[in-house]
Design a protein. Structure first.
Length: 265
């Protein structure tokens, strides 16, 4: 349950005002027992109403109830003095009625003010969320621009890696900057590895065949552009990508060779 949304709905104010159905009252009482925040908010609303009522209501004289009883029990003759006394009593009644109306009005203002505060808080949260999304998007755009610049560098050699026996339709590209000793692998043409496995990139010397691991293509599924940057200080003659158990292998599993490509071909 979203407690903040429930509090912001205004149902607690209606509960304190006694304007809910019996079923709704039971629901509020149930949630108040279950969620301390709701009980605390109910108590805060009740205290606010009591304070508003005490501040707005006229004080009843100490003998006020006795006078009201006399008014009820006794028949007052129609005399100028009696009329004056009766007028005073009705004035007191009107004062009480006015104070109740004032308390209701102030209570309504209190409720609307709380709703406005909650709306402002929600708007601020939505604004922050949009700012976070914008910041992430800008960072992603910047990262892609940097990758494009690296790939298009004049010192970069592009090596096409074709599919092998286990997966003829697979393909990849290696963008090797020998000066900066790094290679960017575009693995868009590789299928997602099965659970418990990962792709491993190898730098190869061909005569004799000597493989050197350049690293793993971790987080393959979550990497949208499938571009991976790896360090490569080797005198590579070819690049290959194999499927290995998670954590990688010391030597390539040739039966799981997905792509292979020679430098300069």
């Amino acid at each position: 349950m979203d407690v903040k949304a429930y509090i912001a709905s205004g149902i607690l104010e209606l509960y304190v005002a006694g304007a809910l159905s019996p079923e709704e009252i039971l629901e509020v009482q149930h949630y108040a027992l279950q969620y301390p925040q709701i009980q605390k908010e109910i108590e805060a609303i009740e205290n606010a109403v009591l304070q508003l009522t005490e501040a707005a209501s006229p004080k009843m004289p100490e003998n006020g109830f006795a006078k009201i009883k006399e008014e009820i029990d006794d028949v007052i003759p129609f005399t100028p003095e009696a009329s004056k006394s009766s007028g005073t009593t009705w004035g007191s009644y009107l004062g009480w009625a006015a104070s109740v109306l004032l308390a209701v009005g102030l209570f309504w203002l209190y409720t609307e003010n709380n709703k406005l505060k909650n709306q402002i808080e929600l708007t601020n949260q939505e604004k922050q969320s949009l700012e976070d999304i914008l910041s992430d998007t800008q960072a992603e755009i910047t990262s892609k621009k940097m990758l494009l610049q690296e790939i298009r560098d004049k010192d970069v050699s592009v090596i096409a890696l074709g599919g092998q026996t286990i997966s003829p339709s697979s393909y990849a590209k290696a963008y090797w900057n020998k000066e900066e000793q790094k290679v960017i692998i575009d693995a868009q043409g590789l299928p997602e590895p099965p659970e418990g496995f990962t792709y491993q990139v190898w730098s190869l010397k061909l005569d004799p065949l000597t493989p050197t691991s350049l690293g793993l293509l971790d987080d393959f599924a979550s990497q949208d552009n499938k571009l991976f940057t790896l360090e490569n200080s080797n005198e590579s003659e070819a690049f290959g990508i194999t499927l290995e158990p998670e954590g990688g292998s010391e030597t390539p599993t040739l039966e799981q060779l997905y792509t292979l490509g020679a430098v300069g071909v």
